[in-house]
Design a protein around this ligand. Structure first.
Ligand code: FES
Ligand code: FES
Length: 158
């Protein structure tokens, strides 16, 4: 049996109220109830990182969180990374390093990189690889992705 519930939260800086089913994951609520389809469903079991969001400052797989759990939370999704004027330096670096090949894994990598650089603005290559170990790219474009992460850290430090 499921019930409907109103959830009040803040997404990408905007207060928002939405109606969710008690069985909805946060990923389902973002995509199907709120219309933010940037977070992707890859595995739906916490293994690929395609659904990554930043939830109360922590990198989180939104497929593994129930929508009901985010009452009062602050969430950043891929839609909140760029400003209206320009791409975020992380997105720009991914473009310049050709670190994107598909639309499934890329939002998760960008969000995970944002969470990394929020916590550690100057990661080593090993630290970046370790942090992104929870994000899978089926085309194995990891070298380009790591180059983009390190480049964006350099750009943001300027
Ligand atoms: S869809 Fe959430 S971790 Fe893969
Ligand atoms: S670029 Fe998306 S799975 Fe490899």
């Amino acid at each position: 049996m499921s019930t409907r519930m109103v959830i009040t939260t803040k997404i990408n800086g905007e207060p928002i109220e939405f109606l969710a089913d008690s069985r909805d994951s946060l990923l389902e609520a973002l995509r199907e109830r709120i219309g933010l389809r940037g977070a992707k469903e890859g595995c739906n079991n916490g293994n690929c990182g395609a659904c990554a969001v930043i939830l109360n400052g922590r990198l989180t797989n939104s497929c593994c969180v129930m929508a009901a759990e985010v009452e009062g939370a602050e969430i950043t999704t891929i839609e909140g990374i760029a400003s209206p004027e320009a791409l975020h330096p992380i997105q720009q670096a991914f473009l310049e390093e050709a670190a994107l090949q598909c639309g499934i894994c890329t939002p998760g990598f960008i969000v995970a990189t944002k969470a990394l650089l929020d916590e550690n603005p100057h990661p080593t290559e090993d630290e970046a690889r370790f942090w992104l170990a929870g994000n899978l790219c089926r085309c194995t474009g990891y070298d380009k992705i790591i180059r983009a992460v390190l480049k964006s850290a350099d750009e943001m430090a300027k």
